[in-house]
Design a protein around this ligand. Structure first.
Ligand SMILES: N[C@@H](CCC(=O)N[C@@H](CS)C(=O)NCC(=O)O)C(=O)O
Length: 180
């Protein structure tokens, strides 16, 4: 969102994890949840949670349309955010939790949320030309799946998502922020 709107941010990469090693003290100092992203404003105020940060940057721009389109956009944003939360929790379960303690039904339940969210995204048709906050979040969620779950062939299963990603992944904002 910062790139799209021409804001220059100073990025401070930080390792965030709910288990040892302890969350970084600099991160805890600004966000008691110990999660990224957090945005510190020149005034010193800190915002955290991607939905809050994106709204701060993008309120009053076409990323947040008026009327019915607004509720449509922010609900698609919540869908994409929920997909990433579920995929991340399954990732923690399968990779961070000691093997003997893993609960496969729980991880499966999280991945079922991911699959239902993908079905809903395909049905609600992301739109690269409209490109509101719901479309931005949808692109971020698909990018996260490419990063952590390359085995999920969403391009093969969802033609609308494939066409959408083919366009928006070429934007500077997406190209410059591919997770590594
Ligand atoms: N829905 C939140 C999710 C934030 C989130 O889960 N961030 C992860 C990225 S790795 C994190 O910081 N995890 C560390 C932890 O859960 O302690 C958002 O979009 O801001």
């Amino acid at each position: 969102m910062a790139t799209e709107l021409g804001h220059k941010l100073t990025l401070e990469p930080i390792a965030a994890s709910p288990v040892a090693p302890e969350p970084h003290p600099d991160l805890l100092a600004v966000n008691p949840l110990g999660k990224v992203p957090a945005l510190q404003l020149p005034s010193g105020r800190v915002l955290y949670g991607s939905q809050v940060i994106c709204r701060y940057l993008g309120q009053g721009t076409p990323f947040y349309p008026d009327g019915d389109a607004h509720w449509d956009a922010v609900t698609r944003e919540a869908l994409a955010d929920g997909l990433v939360d579920a995929a991340l929790l399954a990732r923690y379960e399968n990779h961070l939790r000691p093997e003997a303690l893993r609960w496969s039904d729980w991880a499966k339940g999280q991945m079922a949320k991911v699959n239902r969210a993908l079905d809903a995204m395909e049905a609600t048709r992301p739109d690269a030309a409209r490109f509101d906050i719901g479309d931005v979040a949808t692109g971020c969620a698909l990018g996260y799946l490419d990063f952590r779950y390359p085995e999920i062939d969403w391009r093969g299963q969802y033609p609308h998502l494939q066409a959408f990603a083919g366009i928006i992944f070429a934007r500077d904002s997406f190209r410059d922020t591919v997770p590594a």
